[in-house]
Design a protein around this ligand. Structure first.
Ligand code: KIV
Ligand code: NA
Length: 264
């Protein structure tokens, strides 16, 4: 296969071809997603939740994310691997943002970075882009700001739609190659998608975005407890793994494993 580049995503927008993005946090799952035909993988700061078990993404740091990026890049050499910039590593200034993005490119070997915010981070997006690093933006509900946004809620309803549109235009003008829209009314997300030249990637943003993204554990049924309304489970990996582990343990206890064919 060929390496996915940002211009391929722009060509797909022009031809009306939709694409799927998934998160990935390690070599083994990244390999499977590349084999499955996922062109773009996100090493999300959702690793805070699904890898480290923290309750929000506010708690994860650069040094916890970069090693995960390295594994994903090795597992999926043809995917466009996007790395999330964690909370607190880009807000202070465009210089801070460039320094952090450079670390993810050099130490993590990522192909692009993602950060949260619209107008308020336009200078950061412009500075990172000017350094030769592709930037994916993320607007609507931005989980790193959960404390400022007053919880997990839909963004852009009513009068707030104007700010959402302004954010979308600001990130495009700043040079972002794509924009994630999270928890935005479907109709508004469709309007933004038609207005922008760059692809929109929806999560809880309806069916009119150019692409979709899900956290892979949500997508594959590998999360415990309740998932968000926007999640669809396409598998039962958690049940499969639990059954496999329980059967293994039972066979060890009974002496059925290892059998002769597993022995030397
Ligand atoms: O961290 C993440 O997983 C994300 C996506 C869900 C967009 O930012
Ligand atoms: Na994220």
């Amino acid at each position: 296969g060929r390496k996915t580049r940002t211009h391929h995503l722009h060509a797909m927008k022009a031809s009306g071809d939709r694409w799927a993005m998934l998160t990935a946090y390690d070599y083994s799952s990244a390999r499977i997603f590349e084999e499955a035909g996922i062109p773009v993988l996100l090493v999300g700061d959702s690793a805070a939740n699904v890898v480290y078990g923290y309750d929000t993404t506010v708690h994860i740091g650069i040094d916890e994310l970069i090693p995960l990026v390295r594994g994903v890049v090795r597992g999926a050499p043809n995917a466009l691997v996007v790395a999330d910039l964690p909370f607190g590593t880009y807000e202070v200034s465009p210089q801070q943002a460039v320094e952090t993005a450079v670390r993810f490119m050099r130490e993590g070997q990522a192909n692009a970075v993602k950060l949260e915010g619209g107008e308020r981070v336009a200078e950061q997006i412009a500075a990172i882009t000017a350094a030769g690093i592709p930037v994916m933006a993320h607007i609507g509900f931005t989980p790193q700001s959960v404390n400022g946004l007053g919880g997990f809620r839909v963004q852009g309803r009513g009068d707030a739609s104007e700010q959402l549109v302004a954010d979308a235009i600001a990130v495009q003008e700043a040079g972002a190659f794509a924009v994630v829209m999270e928890m935005v009314p479907a109709e508004l997300a469709g309007q933004v998608t038609r207005k922008l030249m760059i692809p929109t990637v929806g999560i809880g943003a309806g069916n009119e975005c150019d692409a979709q993204v899900l956290v892979w554990q949500d997508m594959a049924g590998y999360t415990s407890g309740k998932t968000a309304k926007f999640v669809k489970r396409f598998g039962n990996v958690g049940d499969e793994l639990r059954t496999a582990a329980a059967t293994y343990a039972a066979e060890v206890r009974s002496g059925a494993f290892p059998a002769e064919e597993h022995s030397f």
